[in-house]
Design a protein around this ligand. Structure first.
Ligand SMILES: Cc1ncc(COP(=O)(O)O)c(C=O)c1O
Length: 478
């Protein structure tokens, strides 16, 4: 078969000139889109026509790439969820970067499957894992794996802790009467609760411990809960610390939790989705002391790390325990060999639930090589400073009230006497700033999670002015 015949059978063009030119236009459009984020509304709901256009007939025949791209630029790009915009403060989401986007394009071009085998993309993932193991004081023997996000990384950590406590036979015989209990603060992210469900241990075996005035787990209450469980014949198998709680960004006393877990022979896992990368900021790092003592750590590069979605990471101190939980066994077609493409010492499919997996690590590698860890640390420090600035403005206004301490970069506040959920929905629809809401002590709070590297003082001002204007209108109307 000659070259022309081969190409005629594949999805590649015979001549790449036109595709290359269209590719440049697509890239240029996206750079322009990124460079002008602040000039457009942060969010706007898709119109009924756009939703209808998207619901097209099954495309059996070919179409033009230009047309598909034109539809993307007209109907999709302007109607995203807005997390790239400098005024975005909803939930806890990073803003992405142009370098991360370019790396995603390269990863797509390479089309590497990082489930296993002997190839350089796996070495690159191992490199990023090794950097993170060094950064978090886990040492060179630690293992780690990229996953979709911290929800999955936390689930994997609970599985490793479960197998450590119940024995790896649990993988074959299943969970019968576990006789074990796990502990986390009552402010822990719901995915830890879900992990207890999904591992078959049961959510009832997760003790949600009281927090102090700063929203951190109370070590005395934790010790009391453990003593009560021991008296009832249960074995404490897992202590989860939060390095940044989802509602208010509180950082548990990780050193105290490490002491308690060590004393009880329990696994110590840290959910660092929100705050672990704070170690990069000299202002935040001291408050994360103890993170280096964790048996496992989950974190997200798509939050404070500003990588495009998705990029979660699980680090595990005991690589052998990590592998015991996920090793694929000896499926014949996945046998690792001494030589050839099926060689390679480290197959990620033995360290996580996925077999086929993409090259998530590449965007993080590019970003670390291009921006450097110090620049990311500065961004994190700045978002914390902006949160303090917002808290000062809230406290300076008699109409506003701060509803939680500001531990990291999340500010929960409200307009006195107003419907804060309605204020938030109005702000989102106006498209300049977008906080979200949460419920604290039964009250709806406006929650501003300042994560995005593009957010500045002008956005904080716009938020405060927007809340004041909407709150006054609401209260005046009554
Ligand atoms: C503290 C905490 N843990 C876990 C998660 C879940 O992370 P992901 O959305 O990456 O799965 C979040 C998400 O916001 C979080 O804030």
């Amino acid at each position: 078969m000659n070259q022309a015949e081969r190409q005629a059978q594949s999805l590649d063009p015979d001549d790449w000139t036109e595709l290359r030119a269209q590719g440049h236009r697509m890239l240029d459009d996206m750079f322009d889109n990124l460079a002008s984020l602040a000039d457009r509304p942060l969010w706007q709901p898709p119109t009924a026509e756009q939703r209808a256009r998207c619901r097209a007939a099954l495309p059996r025949g070919p179409g033009r790439l230009e047309d598909a791209h034109a539809q993307f630029m007209a109907d999709v790009a302007p109607y995203g969820s807005g997390n790239r915009h400098p005024g975005f403060m909803g939930w806890v989401q990073g803003g992405g970067t142009a370098v991360g986007m370019l790396a995603e394009m390269l990863a797509g071009g390479l089309d590497a499957n990082l489930g296993g085998r002997d190839h350089m993309p796996i070495e690159m993932e191992r490199q990023v894992v090794a950097w993170m193991a060094e950064l978090f004081g886990f040492g060179p023997q630690a293992s780690g794996i990229f996953l979709t996000g911290t929800s999955l990384a936390n689930l994997c950590a609970v599985m490793i802790a479960r197998d450590r406590a119940l024995g790896v036979e649990v993988r074959s015989i299943g969970v019968r009467d576990p006789g074990v209990a796990a502990y986390a603060s009552k402010a822990v992210h719901a995915c830890i609760v879900r992990a207890m469900d999904m591992t078959g241990l049961g959510t009832d075996r997760l003790r949600l411990i009281e927090t102090d005035a700063e929203g951190r787990i109370r070590p005395d209450a934790l010790a009391a809960a453990i003593a009560a469980d021991r008296a009832a014949g249960l074995k404490p198998f897992l202590v989860v610390g939060s390095a940044g709680t989802v509602d208010i960004g509180a950082i548990d006393d990780l050193d105290a939790l490490a002491d308690i877990a060590a004393r009880e022979g329990a696994t110590f896992h840290v959910d660092g989705a929100l705050g672990a990368l704070g170690v990069l900021s000299p202002a935040v790092a001291p408050r994360l002391k103890g993170i280096e003592r964790a048996d496992s750590l989950a974190l997200d590069f798509h939050k404070l790390g500003q990588a495009p979605y998705d990029a979660g990471l699980l680090l595990v101190r005991d690589a052998a325990a990590h592998k015991r939980t996920f090793s694929y066994g000896d499926a014949p077609y996945l046998r690792h060999s001494e030589r050839g493409l099926a060689g390679g010492a480290w197959w990620p499919c033995d360290f996580g639930p996925d077999l086929s997996r993409g090259f998530r690590a590449l965007k993080v590698w590019f970003m670390l090589k291009t921006y450097g860890l110090d620049a990311l640390g500065e961004v994190i420090g700045r978002t914390c400073d902006l949160a303090q600035e917002l808290a000062r403005r809230v406290e300076a206004s008699p109409e506003l009230e701060l509803l939680a301490p500001v531990g990291l970069n999340i500010v929960c506040f409200g307009y006195r006497g107003a419907d804060n959920a309605a204020i938030v929905a109005d702000l989102q629809e106006a498209g300049r700033v977008a906080p979200s809401t949460t419920t604290l002590a039964g009250r709806t709070a406006i929650r501003a999670a300042i994560i995005n590297h593009r957010t500045g003082v002008a956005d904080i001002e716009a938020l405060v002015e927007g809340v004041l204007a909407l709150g006054r209108t609401q209260v005046g109307r009554r």
